[in-house]
Design a protein around this ligand. Structure first.
Ligand code: PNS
Length: 166
């Protein structure tokens, strides 16, 4: 049997932008698995606030101190990407109960598509349970303060983005 520590895990998402909640999960996962790839979805149907390059750059910069964490992008099905990378685990975070339905459906669908892949859910730190990229963007758009919800680097990039679009 393989130990968890020998496993490569994938943490997929949009990360538009990466928040302290994401980073908390990345740190937790990096302590459990031998390797963790933060995988940003390239989704032509979605219009993200930050370009793929900007999101990758922020994620790389903020995970630089974690030797077993890498950042990558993928297109198509997550299970195909994970299988091709030789990953055995998909990591997702569950904050509130409201996340559960969507995550449950996705995990079971991914299991149907690729039974060998396992989805593992982690709970973020309590002070991150209400943080989401969507709310962070909304707050900044309306001139609110997101200190403590995202790293200072992301806070600055958000400010620049909002200034550029006004
Ligand atoms: O951070 P998000 O936007 O909630 O992440 C969603 C993500 C990227 C994990 C999900 O949309 C995904 O895996 N997309 C890739 C396409 C795919 O595999 N779809 C079938 C999911 S059952």
């Amino acid at each position: 049997m393989r130990l968890m520590t020998e496993i490569l895990a994938i943490y997929p998402g949009s990360f538009d932008p990466i928040t302290n909640g994401h980073l908390d999960l990345i740190e937790r996962s990096s302590r459990i698995f031998e390797g963790l790839t933060v995988a940003l979805l390239i989704n032509p149907e979605k219009q993200p606030l930050f370009s793929l390059e900007e999101r990758i750059e922020m994620a790389r910069e903020l995970t630089r101190g974690l030797a077993n964490v890498s950042v990558d992008a993928f297109t198509g099905l997550l299970v195909d990407y994970a299988t091709q990378r030789g990953a055995k685990v998909i990591v997702r975070g569950v904050r509130a109960f409201s996340d559960y339905e969507y995550e449950f459906q996705m995990a079971l669908m991914n299991r149907k598509l690729a039974p060998a892949l396992e989805t593992i859910f982690l709970m973020p730190a309590e002070n991150c349970t209400y943080v989401s990229s969507r709310l962070v963007k909304e707050i900044v758009r309306h001139g609110g303060n997101v200190r403590g919800l995202v790293p200072p680097l992301v806070e600055e990039r958000l400010r620049q983005k909002v200034l550029a679009t006004h």
